[in-house]
Ligand binder design. Structure first.
Ligand code: SF4
Ligand code: SF4
Length: 215
């Protein structure tokens, strides 16, 4: 079990446990293939491996997860929260400012290469549960793995991605609109956190019981 720094506090991460449990017994797809041999520098699966693991977990547990009332409720809350965030970003001019920044600023948008390291398997699995298509390769050199020319290709983004506004956009918005923007993202952030907790608990338990039952 490891810990990662996020929003000023240390939080437990299930990433390593999931990797170990799911990889045990060579059950994940492409075992011995390029995907599973692609380890990150910290021993974590690299992005291609995380995506393969998320797809494997979706095939294995997706129906079971979506059959649970609490998961259904949180998925629909998250979908609603994402829509509210995007509508407010559009209304307040944040989407337009970010699109211009990405197209015109010499250094491009703030979705820089390396930020994809924040996106771990549970969040990728949530994206699959929401019906998002996850591309298998980086689309733009120097940018986050998930950035396309039309913006982020993930449906459920990392909390830092939802929360971050650069100083220029903060200044453009002013205090009142900033507060409006923060309020608008509350439902997305809260339901994402709760959904990840519920999914982590179930997947860890299901994988552990399979592991214990295996000969
Ligand atoms: S938040 Fe700021 S730096 Fe990031 S894409 Fe938008 S305008 Fe550019
Ligand atoms: S918003 Fe999307 S593209 Fe941008 S850093 Fe976050 S995950 Fe990457």
């Amino acid at each position: 079990m490891s810990f990662k720094f996020n929003r000023g506090c240390w939080v437990e991460s299930n990433e390593v446990a999931w990797n170990l449990l799911a990889l045990k017994g060579g059950e994940t797809p492409g075992n011995g293939s390029k995907e599973n041999s692609l380890k990150g520098s910290r021993g974590f699966l690299a992005m291609e491996g995380r995506i393969a693991l998320a797809r494997f977990l979706m095939d294995k547990f997706g129906h079971r997860l979506l059959a649970e009332k609490v998961i259904q409720k949180l998925v629909s809350r998250l979908n609603r929260g994402i829509s509210i965030s995007y509508e407010t970003m559009k209304e307040l001019g944040v989407s337009g400012a970010c699109a211009r920044c990405d197209g015109e600023a010499a250094e491009g948008s703030c979705c820089s290469t390396g930020l994809e390291n924040k996106i771990e398997t549970p969040l990728l699995l949530i994206n699959l549960l929401l019906g998002a298509k996850i591309q298998g390769a980086r689309l733009r050199e120097g940018s986050c793995f998930f950035l396309s020319s039309h913006g982020c290709t993930l449906k459920a983004r990392h909390m830092l991605c939802i929360d971050y506004l650069c100083p220029a956009v903060q200044e453009q918005l002013g205090m009142e609109s900033l507060v409006q923007m923060q309020r608008a993202t509350e439902e997305e952030i809260r339901s994402l956190f709760l959904l990840e907790e519920e999914i982590n608990a179930r997947i860890s338990q299901w994988l552990k019981s399979e592991w214990q039952d295996s000969p």
